[in-house]
Design a binder for this molecule. Structure first.
Ligand SMILES: [Zn+2]
Ligand SMILES: [Zn+2]
Length: 408
């Protein structure tokens, strides 16, 4: 049934919607339904050609290379002759902690069977295995967090700090609970792996040395950056201010700060915050040990850094989901999102295959999730009436079964 819907979609799609920059220099790949294989090293001279393949094969997932090659269809990577690659950033709620995951996500260790709710760990806490199977769900809160990170990346880092124009960025919905930002600026295309790693580290706030960002000690005074400074200086000051405004004693004790500093810090919090807003900022109320300052500032970095999946940015030969193709595990379309619409983007309104109708579906399992402000579920082994866009999502996730005699 899902395959039928996918086929209809690719039959109706305009070839233009499948176009990407320098189309004939890209490698394309797809994963068929019911087969765990990737058909790779394809190239096409026109989007029309690609469309007819998609219509005929009806893949579960479709990818294209972030790289541009002289011979994109050469079977060996060395023979492709790499020319350039888009600079790509991947933001995915899978990799960002959100409290709602405790309610809707589950994971299981494939080696020892240990299972739990919440965000999947990198390795099993019981046996250390890295073979973790997880079931994750899209929800309003997860999407909000991912959107916030994407906007921070685009506005704060890529545009303000690095000087890329928003017009040179393409924002694409990942098809689940994240976003891909492709920078197609000529100055970004030929960056090598090391340069991309540096950009990824910059965005993630790795290796931010305090003494390089305006912190110094002059006799007994602590000198620090101003909230209005550009780049990481201002970001550190803002992150610090932000951290201060929310922090409680428990958090500070968890940072293993000595009790006397924690007390001083909490007693003088208002004063420290007011000092940061002065021009020039006054940091010297912050009379804590250098190691405690380091601990707090690393928390401040966490608040303002951007949570990207760095592997995607560093990889110059990555296969990315093709814009406007379907995500086989959600049935959602990886739509392109104009920058001005990102903030209000709702996948089940703007990226679903079908909408509006209410259908009956047998739901095997579904936690309670909130979508577009409306709570759906929880359901377990029951027949329920659902909006068709949610029904397709459950079918694609493999937790819904169509009811005999009813056509979706
Ligand atoms: Zn285990
Ligand atoms: Zn969530």
């Amino acid at each position: 049934m899902l395959a039928k819907l996918f086929k209809q979609y690719y039959k109706k799609i305009s070839p233009n919607a499948l176009n990407v920059r320098d189309f004939e220099k890209r490698e394309f790949a797809y994963m068929p339904f019911n087969k765990q294989t990737m058909i790779r090293h394809l190239s096409f001279t026109s989007p029309e050609q690609l469309k007819s393949l998609l219509e005929k094969e009806t893949p579960l997932h479709v990818y294209y290379s972030s790289a541009y090659y002289e011979n994109p269809s050469a079977p060996e990577m060395e023979e492709k002759n790499w020319l350039a690659a888009d600079l790509v950033f991947d933001i995915d709620a899978d990799h960002i902690y959100t409290p709602c995951k405790e309610r809707h996500d589950t994971w299981r260790c494939l080696d020892c069977g240990h299972a739990d709710k919440g965000m999947a760990p990198d390795k099993c806490p019981k046996c250390g295995s890295k073979k973790i199977d997880s079931e994750s769900w899209v929800c309003d809160q997860c999407l909000e967090v991912a959107k916030g990170e994407a906007l921070k990346l685009i506005e704060d880092f890529l545009s303000n700090d690095l000087g890329f124009s928003i017009k040179e960025m393409e924002i694409v919905f990942s098809g689940h609970r994240g976003f891909h930002v492709h920078v197609e600026s000529p100055s970004a295309l030929t960056l090598d792996v090391d340069a991309r790693r540096e950009l990824a580290d910059y965005v993630r706030g790795l290796g931010i040395g305090l003494n390089f960002h305006g912190f110094s000690k002059v006799s007994n005074l602590l000198i620090g950056p101003s909230i209005s400074d550009s780049g990481w200086r201002g970001r550190l000051a803002r992150g610090f201010y932000d951290f201060l405004s929310k922090v409680d004693e428990e958090t500070l004790l968890k940072l293993k700060m000595p009790k006397k500093w924690v007390k001083y810090f909490m007693d003088n919090r208002e004063r420290i915050m007011a000092g940061l807003l002065q021009n020039p900022p006054y940091w010297s109320w912050l009379k804590i040990s250098p190691s405690s300052l380091d601990k707090i500032l690393s928390k401040a970095v966490e608040c303002v850094a951007c949570k990207i999946d760095e592997r995607v940015t560093i990889d110059i030969k990555r296969l990315m989901r093709l814009p406007n193709s379907l995500h086989g595990k959600t049935g959602l379309i990886a739509v392109k999102i104009p920058y001005t619409k990102l903030d209000s983007f709702e996948p089940f309104k703007e990226a679903s295959l079908l909408r509006g109708e209410v259908v009956k579906l047998k739901v095997i399992r579904m936690p309670e999730i909130k979508l577009g402000g409306v709570s759906i579920g929880p359901y377990k082994d029951e027949v329920v009436k659902l909006p068709i866009e949610i029904a397709i999502y459950l079918l694609a996730k493999g937790v819904g079964e169509p009811i005999e005699g009813i056509e979706l």
